[in-house]
Ligand binder design. Structure first.
Ligand code: KIV
Ligand code: ZN
Length: 388
């Protein structure tokens, strides 16, 4: 039987840390709803203690989302953890994700703490969190550049305190797939109580290997949770891209032999929504969600695909939500065509009144612009939800 791979999306927390990608509460809620439609297992909704705005966003998402676990990040201290627990009160399933740095560089230069102090603080934080929430994730920040013996001690101790997920971040994107996979494997072999927690990978993309490293952490290391973001949004060069790892695991099930809950048909809509809200354009040749990802330009390829799609396609465009709907929306389009396009874009408006208002704005725009693109529709729907 295949194991389950947990998809932990951190677009709203690590993704939002990307310079210029900050989002309003309403925008975050829209993305959270799309992530729920996508059947993401865990949504990291923010860092509740970092600001009142983030607290309110986590709270709003925790109250609205029913199917996915909602998570808040917190530093390893009682105040942050209490704020996270408070924000998550309304969640069907809540998770507190607490972290402290464990690499020599971060402990000495950033935290100015000794390894023994860090170990004690990590234990204390997980103990405190466990009294407030049954689902505790612990991350040793800069874990991949940490010293193996010390990291094993910290992880063993936090599992004993009740941590249920252990996440090993490659915070600065320094890892190489085989080395990172073996790093996770060694940790799991050396930590005596390792089977009491789910192991998770969290990779940054500084060397362009976040997806490959995450997959190696799963295949070689035996991790069963991947932390990722839509379009790979995130600090510096970004995080592991959700659409890429998910489609790699699905398309190469023969190799990974893992089950996923993700409903891949909502991937393109999620990608467009995040791009439109943050203003971060998706490069045309981006895997899975780029405009050219399924386009065949050369004559030989076109001929091959017309004869048999498998000649040049390893995935189906429609399986990730690319629509082959060629209906052009403009001033003559009716309400049904408009509603249909909203559905394809993963937008569900809360009421008929909102749909009518959005349709009226669409008509106004169509009077000024001969062809209305998906981005225009997302923008006007966004204006609509902000004005409420
Ligand atoms: O990259 C990182 O180390 C993080 C942690 C807070 C999990 O985002
Ligand atoms: Zn990160």
């Amino acid at each position: 039987m295949a194991d389950q791979l947990i998809i932990f999306d951190t677009t709203l927390r690590d993704g939002e840390q990307s310079p210029g990608a900050s989002m309003t509460k309403d925008e975050k809620l829209r993305i959270a709803r799309q992530l729920e439609r996508l059947k993401v297992d865990v949504i990291e909704a923010g860092f509740a203690a970092s600001s009142n705005g983030d607290f309110e966003a986590v709270q709003m998402i925790a109250n609205a989302i029913k199917d996915s676990t909602v998570c808040s990040l917190s530093r390893a201290n009682d105040r942050d953890i209490s704020r996270a627990a408070e924000a998550l009160k309304g969640a069907n399933r809540g998770r507190i994700h607490t972290f402290i740095a464990t690499s020599p560089l971060h402990m000495e230069k950033k935290l100015r703490m000794s390894p023994e102090q860090v170990l004690e603080q990590a234990k204390q934080a997980v103990r405190f969190g466990r009294n407030l929430c049954g689902d505790i994730e612990f991350s040793p920040e800069d874990g991949y550049r940490s010293e193996m013996d010390f990291l094993c001690r910290v992880i063993e101790a936090v599992i004993n305190e009740g941590a249920t997920t252990i996440n090993v971040p490659d915070t600065v994107g320094y890892a190489i797939p085989e080395l990172y996979g073996n790093f996770i494997k060694t940790l799991r072999e050396r930590v005596p109580n390792s089977d009491k927690a789910v192991w998770s990978v969290h990779c940054h993309n500084d060397l362009g290997m976040a997806v490959a490293n995450s997959l190696a952490g799963v295949k070689i290391g035996g991790a069963r949770q991947i932390e990722c973001t839509i379009n790979g949004l995130g600090e510096r060069a970004g995080n592991c891209a959700l659409e890429e790892v998910v489609m790699a695991v699905k398309t190469r099930r023969d190799y990974f032999n893992l089950d996923l809950n993700i409903d891949t048909q909502h991937i393109v809509a999620a990608s467009r929504m995040v791009s439109q809200i943050t203003g971060f354009v998706v490069q045309p040749n981006k895997a899975v969600v780029g405009a050219n990802a399924f386009a065949h330009a050369s004559g030989i390829h076109q001929d091959g695909v017309l004869k048999a799609r498998d000649t040049y396609e390893i995935m189906r465009a429609e399986d990730v939500g690319w629509s082959n709907n060629k209906i052009v929306l403009g001033k003559l389009s009716g309400r049904n065509a408009f509603k249909q396009r909203l559905q394809e874009l993963g937008v569900s408006l809360d009421s008929e009144t909102e749909t009518n208002a959005a349709f009226a704005r669409f008509k106004e725009l169509a009077d000024r612009k001969s062809e209305i693109f998906d981005e225009d529709i997302l923008a006007l729907v966004n204006e609509e939800s902000v004005s409420h």
